[in-house]
Write a protein that binds this ligand. Structure first.
Ligand code: NAI
Ligand code: MG
Length: 348
């Protein structure tokens, strides 16, 4: 990996996406990785200009990169769902990003809404299934717009799809000090899908005697994220539950400005994509108010994924040090100032 440049596709997207990605790239350069970055103009602006979301030719071109860094897409001027489904989900599905990895970690110095919680109590990683469940797009509508309308939206769960993400989660759990895996689902009501998930966890668990397994219903888990976050180390869950619970995770770990994520293709048959959890934030776009930290932490995840673990650790440490200094007052820095400060730390 060191011998050649990392080929990186960059999709800054819309709103604050472009602002935070610029800072992420600055840090990436400063940490000493050799990068060939190619920018792709995708998102609301392109959609309005050409009507295109993600042309198939561009999708195929993206396939050739080592990784993708995404800011955020979305704008109030685009009908809801268009960019999500035809751009984001299209990439996730086409590149088999079956793991959506979202760390929930409280850094020292970050204020959490949970009173008196020591930082070590909030340190978990959510492994969200990324290609199935309610996001698979199965279902349909009849008699739309009439009083007799019928809308169905089905959750698709395959033995193959569940097993591969569960195996990934067990490996993750094994690599961490606590070695604990919690399945989060709703097995008491979603009996068909829940049964497949629970049986899969039980079966795979036999190969991981060093990992402790646990189970929590999604509603109870939502409560425990707030009341007892220390219960969780690695959480494995389906696509929708994972989406929701990681917003809660972001909230307890200091907010959306710090929440990073990776859409991972573990086998490397297509590039993985790294992005902050937040969206394009039209309310603060263009004002230099966006916190680029979530993007910079996503860059650290990307470095780790590419096997550059020393560089990843360096970026994460620079963020941790920067966050500690935020305690001392200079909280009103611009997007660029935060990026510059973290860049300076990784280059020293
Ligand atoms: P959002 O995450 O863009 O914003 C929610 C709130 O958090 C806003 O008040 C915003 O100002 C604030 N915020 C977000 N990121 C921040 C940052 N880095 N620093 C400081 N404050 C930050 O979610 P919202 O408003 O629901 O969606 C806006 C648009 O983004 C929509 O078009 C939505 O579809 C899209 N979106 C795109 C995502 C993606 O590209 N992966 C993910 C989520 C939303
Ligand atoms: Mg979300």
């Amino acid at each position: 990996m060191e011998s050649r440049n990392i080929r990186l596709a960059v999709i800054p997207g819309d709103g604050i996406g472009t602002e935070v990605v610029a800072e992420g790239l600055k840090v990436l350069e400063a940490v000493g990785t050799k990068i060939d970055a190619t920018h792709y103009d995708l998102g609301a602006a392109r959609y309005h200009r050409t009507g295109e979301t993600l042309p198939d030719a561009v999708l195929e071109e993206l396939r050739g990169y080592d990784a993708i860094l995404l800011g955020a897409v979305g704008d109030p001027s685009v009908p809801p769902g268009v960019l999500e489904r035809d751009l984001l989900l299209k990439i996730r599905f086409a590149f088999d990003h079956y793991v959506n990895l979202r760390p929930v970690k409280l850094f020292p110095g970050v204020e959490t809404p949970l009173a008196d919680t020591p930082v070590e109590n909030i340190d978990m990683i959510v492994v969200r299934e990324g290609t199935e469940g309610l996001y698979a797009g199965t279902g349909g509508v009849m008699r739309r717009g009439t009083p007799y309308e019928i809308a169905t939206q089905e959750s698709l769960n395959t033995a193959h799809g569940v097993e591969r993400v569960v195996r990934y989660a067990f490996e993750k759990a094994r690599s961490r000090p606590r070695k604990k895996l919690t399945l989060v689902h709703k097995t008491n009501v979603l009996t068909y899908a829940g049964d497949l998930w629970q049986r899969t966890v039980d079966r795979v668990a036999e190969e991981y005697s060093d990992v402790t397994t646990d189970y929590s219903h999604i509603d109870a888990a939502s409560m425990f994220f707030v009341s007892q976050p220390e219960r969780f180390d690695v959480v494995v869950t389906d696509n929708l539950f994972g989406d929701i619970i990681t917003d809660l995770g972001a909230a307890i770990a200091g907010g959306i400005g710090l929440a990073a994520s990776g859409n991972i293709n573990p086998e490397g048959t297509a590039p993985s994509m790294f992005e902050p959890v937040h969206g394009s934030a039209p309310d603060i776009a263009g004002q230099g108010k966006a916190d680029p930290t979530a993007t910079i932490l996503s860059v650290a995840m990307m470095l780790d994924h590419l096997g550059l673990s020393a560089e990843a650790a360096k970026v994460e440490q620079a963020v941790a040090d920067d966050i500690v200094e935020r305690l001392t007052g200079w909280s009103s820095r611009t997007t660029r100032e935060i990026g510059d400060d973290i860049t300076e730390r990784v280059s020293s």
